[in-house]
Ligand binder design. Structure first.
Ligand SMILES: [Zn+2]
Length: 339
């Protein structure tokens, strides 16, 4: 088969790769229905996160089980499944506490931008869709649950979004936009999206944003304070991962409020003494998407939410390099790839 490999900055190739097969008895191999390019793929793509060797890419996936290892108990070929970017046995203490992305057996998935994928710890990692094959029209929405929605949902959950609460979302990438959707689902009354890009503002509003703030930095914080009668927000979702976005998030939060951070931090330093006086709760990390998958899949299948709207570019998988380019140049929010 052919799959996606990153060779270096802005050098994405779609080239011959070994066909995945069951290696461990707990593995499954799935045939990809759809995959996509993640905002986090852009860090190595832009050379901001150096890679040593050519690296197979992709960690968002859904598709049909082709083959299972001899120890796989709950899945069988033909089932439609969604999994997360982190594998998990779903039985260890960390998994049972709901932190499957810290599973003792965790592996970070890669090489999903391909027509077939080996998934380790298949029983714990993969969630089958109820009612068999989902309608074709829902596949982008199901794909979104695999990472970008699961991460946005964790952002809202980790920032302690509550019914009636005031929420700020820093970052208008796909995760930030789905953080807006998640906060709306959790009953937030006011959702302030920080975005300066018109099409993204539009989608944020569709997902439930009540206010848009285009200013950044101190000006942005001042506006949030103004909108919250000088108090600050109850919950702030930091969905970028830079020093500026983190500082903005912490300063926009009221004392006793919560900041979640779900974008991999790059060059972020926190001043503990400054933080001390803010009284802010911080909770972040690689999202335990597996915790939320059953619920998110259900919300998609009963058409309560439409997270697949973040995919504003659909390409054949072999044009994956164009997907990276379009996202890098911010011509697309998120590129969906069809094998
Ligand atoms: Zn585990």
């Amino acid at each position: 088969m052919q799959g996606t490999v990153l060779y270096g900055p802005r050098d994405v190739r779609f080239e011959q790769r070994p066909e995945p097969e069951v290696i461990h008895p707990t593995d499954a191999v799935i045939r990809m229905a759809a995959t996509c390019v993640c905002g986090s793929d852009l860090w190595p793509y832009r050379g901001l996160q150096p890679i040593k060797d050519p690296t197979p890419m992709g960690h968002e996936y859904c598709g049909v089980v082709e083959e299972v290892g001899s120890a796989v108990k709950t899945l069988k070929p033909g089932q439609f499944v969604v999994g997360s970017f982190a594998t998990s046995d779903n039985t260890c203490p960390h998994c049972r506490h709901g932190y499957q992305s810290s599973c003792v057996g965790r592996e970070f998935m890669t090489s999903a931008q391909a027509p077939f994928l080996r998934v380790p710890l298949a029983d714990g990692t993969l969630v089958p869709t109820a009612g068999g094959m989902p309608p074709e029209a829902l596949i982008p929405d199901l794909l979104a649950t695999s990472d970008v929605l699961g991460t946005g949902w964790f952002a809202a959950d980790a920032a302690n979004v509550k019914p009636g609460g005031t929420v700020v979302v820093v970052g208008d990438g796909a995760v930030g936009l789905l953080g807006v959707l998640s906060a709306k689902q959790m009953g937030a009354e006011r959702i302030i999206a920080m975005s300066r890009h018109q099409p993204r503002q539009q989608l944020a509003r569709e997902f439930g944003a009540t206010d848009i703030v285009t200013e950044r930095g101190d000006e942005g914080v001042a506006l949030i304070k103004e909108l919250t009668r000088g108090i600050g927000a109850d919950s702030v979702l930091e969905c970028v991962g830079t020093q500026e976005s983190m500082a903005q998030a912490i300063q926009a939060t009221r004392p006793g409020g919560s900041v979640s951070y779900v974008g991999v931090p790059h060059g972020v330093d926190l001043n503990a003494q400054k933080l001390f006086y803010t009284h802010v709760h911080l909770h972040g990390g690689p999202a335990p998407v597996r915790r939320y998958l059953p619920k998110l899949i259900e919300l998609v299948l009963n058409e309560t939410i439409k997270p697949g709207k973040v995919f504003d570019l659909v390409l054949p998988l072999k044009q994956v390099a164009e997907g990276y380019r379009a996202m890098d140049e911010r011509r697309a929010i998120k590129a969906l790839l069809r094998p």
